[in-house]
Each structure stands twice: as structure tokens, then as C-alpha cells.
Design a protein around this ligand. Structure first.
Ligand SMILES: [Zn+2]
Length: 344
């Protein structure tokens, strides 16, 4: 089969690799029909996150089950399935508690081994604890399938930020970041009933999508000006702040625009962030977040996607195939594209 393979920073190639095969009785083999390139893939693409030559890439995918091990019960050959960005056993204390990203047997896609999501097929460990079957009714609807794909990561991650920021009906929310996760955060906050949604970002095309997703206010300034603008709009801070970038500046800004006693939900993967606690301390604010337990969220969110009530597909401003993956990385790296969707 063919798969995307990392060779060096800024150097992803499509190579012929061995077909994945069942190893454990709890495994499934899935033929991938849709995948994505993620903003978090850019950390290794830019050489900031260590990655070895020969490693596979991609953690957002869905497809058709081709084979299952003897112990798999919840999916069968021919089923269309969607996968979270991490696999999990579904049985440990953390999976039981809905925190699959802490699963004692869990892990991420991509890296060493045969489990990259930007590929024609993939081996899935713990298929019952990881995969979610997609109803037959949606299986042949290209629009619905495209709308399901962001559940693998960015839409579920945006939702996680809203959950951890305790977004309530009628509340005022500030979303930091106009990447795919930030934009999906706006959609998630809207879905949870937020009345006022302030987005902090800089790119007009992305901010237009934020408006489309439900943002009521745009803050396009940077640094202290942006912070002052938000605190002015909210008269002293937002009740919920969703941090969707992962840089020191964005996390620090979050502590400066949260209302005293209120909530910051952070989902941007922090890279070398040193965060001062003074603001959080003096405001008695709450800071909570981490990798989204996507497996816990997919059933609930999928219902709304299938009902046509939740559609994040405007973030896919680049649609390509497997051969277009290297150019897709380059387009996202240069911020010409928000997010690439790969169809097989
Ligand atoms: Zn587990």
C-alpha cells in the first residue's frame, strides 16, 4: 500500500509500504477513505517536534473495516468507522471515566510502526475501545462524511475546550486562535448555547468562517491591545476562555482575559510554554485542559452532525488526495490553507 512518510522537516513523501495485517485478536484493519492534515502535524513538519526519518504521519482518519481479529465484537468487515486521534482499550479506569487519552494501553497514530493515518490502510489496536461505527444511512453521503471527519480531532478538541471552559447557555466566551481548532471551538461554544462569542485571530478569511460559525465579536489586534479590547468588551473578563493555540503568548493572554472566578479551557498542545501563575492566582481562576477524549465525545457529536446541526466543513479549504499530501503540508505551513482534507 501507499502511505505518507516523514523524511525530514519540510520533507514528507508518499511511499510504498507493507500492507497492515492483524497482529492481536483485538485488532482491526481499516481501509482509509478520508483523512486530514492537522495543525499539530506542523510541529514535526517544521522540525520543532522530534520525528524520525521513516516514521508515518497522520492521526485523523476514517474508513471501511476490511478485517477484524477473533475478539472484536462491536465492528465487523464492511462497516464504516471513524477513529479518534488516539486509540484506547475501552476497559481501563480512565476509559471507563471518559478520559480515553489517559488510557493505560492507549497511544497515538503515526510515528514508528505501521499506524499512520495518511495512508491507504491502517491497523487499529483495541478496535472495540477505539472505533465508532457510522450509521449505514450516512455511508454514501459525501457531504455527511466530510462533516463527520472533523470529529476525529479538531471539532472534538474544540468541544473539549468549551467543556473545560465550562461554557453555559447565555454565557460570554472568548476563543483564542483562528486555526481549525479555534474555529471549531466557536462552533462548539455556539452549540452549548453561548450568547456572546469573541474570537481572537488575525486572518480575514478565517475570521469570516468564525462569524459563519457563530462568533459575535472579532478581536484582530495583537498582544496588550487585544487583551484590552476583550476586557473592554466584557467589562472585566470573559466567563469562559478557550485557548486553542498552545503558545506562551496565547496561554498568557488567556490568564489576562478570564474573569475573576471563571474558567480557562486549554487544548493547544503547549510547546516549551512557561506560564506565570500570578494572574490565575489573583483571580481565583480555573485552568483545565489537555488532549481531548475524542472517543467519549464522538457518539454525542455525531448525532448532531448526522442531523445536519453541526458542520465544520468550511475549515477544509484544501481538498486533495494522497499524492497531494506533501503540497498540503506546505500550504498549511505557509498558512495558505486552514486544513487539508484527503480523499482516497
Ligand atoms: Zn483505557
Amino acid at each position: 500500500m501507499r502511505a505518507a512518510v516523514f523524511h525530514a522537516p519540510q520533507d514528507i513523501r508518499i511511499s510504498t509500504v507493507p500492507d497492515p495485517r492483524l497482529i492481536e485478536p483485538t485488532d482491526a484493519i481499516v481501509r482509509i477513505t478520508h483523512a486530514c492534515i492537522c495543525g499539530s502535524d506542523l510541529w514535526f513538519y517544521r522540525g520543532i517536534q522530534k520525528f524520525q526519518p521513516g516514521w508515518r504521519t497522520g492521526h485523523e482518519w476514517m474508513g471501511i473495516v476490511e478485517d477484524v481479529g477473533a475478539e472484536v465484537r462491536t465492528v465487523k468487515k464492511g462497516d464504516r468507522v471513524i477513529a479518534p486521534f488516539a486509540y484506547s482499550d475501552g476497559t481501563c479506569e480512565y476509559c471507563q471515566a471518559g478520559l480515553q487519552t489517559a488510557c493505560v494501553h492507549g497511544g497515538g497514530w503515526g510515528g514508528a510502526g505501521d499506524m499512520g493515518g495518511q495512508a491507504e490502510a491502517i491497523r487499529t489496536p483495541y478496535a472495540d475501545g477505539t472505533l465508532v461505527a457510522v450509521p449505514e444511512s450516512a455511508s454514501n453521503d459525501p457531504k455527511l462524511l466530510a462533516a463527520l471527519l472533523p470529529l476525529t480531532d479538531v471539532l472534538s478538541t474544540g468541544h473539549h475546550a468549551a467543556v473545560r471552559a465550562r461554557v453555559q447557555p447565555g454565557s460570554t466566551v472568548a476563543v483564542i486562535g483562528d486555526g481549525a481548532v479555534g474555529l471549531c471551538g466557536v462552533l462548539a461554544a455556539k452549540r452549548l448555547g453561548a450568547e456572546r462569542i469573541i474570537i481572537l485571530g488575525h486572518q480575514p478569511a478565517r475570521l469570516a468562517i468564525a462569524k459563519q460559525f457563530g462568533a459575535t465579536d472579532i478581536v484582530a489586534e495583537r498582544g496588550a491591545e487585544a487583551i484590552a479590547h476583550v476586557n473592554d468588551l466584557t467589562n472585566g473578563g470573559a466567563a469562559s476562555v478557550m485557548e486553542c493555540v498552545g503558545t506562551e503568548d496565547s496561554l498568557d493572554a488567556a490568564t489576562q482575559i478570564v474573569r475573576p472566578g471563571a474558567f480557562i479551557g486549554f487544548v493547544g498542545v503547549p510547546h516549551g510554554v512557561k506560564l506565570g501563575l500570578r494572574n490565575i492566582f489573583s483571580k481565583n481562576a480555573w485552568l483545565s485542559g489537555g488532549p481531548a477524549p475524542v472517543r467519549a465525545y464522538i457518539p454525542e457529536l455525531m448525532t448532531d452532525v448526522l442531523a445536519g446541526k453541526l458542520d465544520a466543513t468550511p475549515v477544509f479549504d484544501l481538498r486533495t488526495n494522497l499524492d497531494g499530501v506533501p503540497d498540503g503540508y506546505a500550504a498549511m505551513d505557509s498558512r495558505q490553507a486552514i486544513k487539508a482534507m484527503i480523499q482516497f
